[in-house]
Design a protein around this ligand. Sequence first.
Ligand code: GLU
Length: 331
Amino acid sequence: MVQGTVNWNTQLDKKWLQEYVDDWVAFYQKATEEGEVASYIPILAEANPNHLGIAIHGKNGMRICSGDVNTTFTIQSISKVISFMVACMERGVSYVLDRVDVEPTGEAFNSIMHLEMKSLNKPFNPFVNAGALTVTSMLEGKTSKEKLAPLLKLLEKIIGYRPKINQAVFKSENDTSARNRAIGYYLVETGFLESDLEVTLETYFKQCSIEVTVDDLARIGLILANDGEDPDSDEEIIPRQIARITKALMLTCGMYDASGKFATYVGIPAKSGVSGGIVAVAPPRVRNAPFPFIEGCGIGVFGPALESRGNSIAGMKLLKHIASQWDLSIF
Ligand code: GLU
């Protein structure tokens, strides 16, 4: 791999950037050996652990991608970003945040422990399963189809086509859902669930089973990087306040219980999912330095071999490297 400091000033041309990214992906692909694919949802264990792909989207259609970019995978927990934004758009930010907190837990995403440890019993944040189920229960509609429709519509607006729900993944998760059901029953008992439990679970498992590619994740990242607007058409896709809160939550709670480390060592909002996807958001930098994507970019990564917290092991390393090379940190 190319070592040392690069003078990006002379290297901003797309061909050069492509060569660097290809080089980095080839290098970090070896790190996939250090992780393991998720198996608690049985069908996810069928993923190829050696896959690694990345897409980086910027303004004016600038796109760099490398590695396994054509593989589709299920969005899993990254859907919590979408459901949170839709719930805020439908119900208003205060309504949602009155019912779900914005604090990191430092515990696993499906931990039950904290639910009983805080006086209010309010789920800690929208990205742990307790918070995500609560958010999903707030979505308008009585059936899972009605609740999912605005999620799919928002995604369609962002990625340019209507994504599919992978029925096999939905079934696999639904068949092995004891822990999420336990969380759901607890939320019913404490009065946080606003819809029927079965409808909420079905909606949640289906939103997690939406199929995406790294390019789709990069598009989501790009819109968030631009505070909710499409940087090329200037169309508002997500209200600015909601986009900003979402980015704050991604930075503090997006990478499971490695969120602090990711914020410290990479320094950009991101959200990962157990299928190995990561969406990362690099907002425009105010400093006038000769770095690629100075006007901001969205990054989508896929690498199903995970580290112990549930994040793509090679994906995290690749993002850390790119963020340091291109000075992407927001700090
Ligand atoms: N559907 C998964 C679950 O709830 C999502 C987990 C994740 O990606 O963090 O267990």
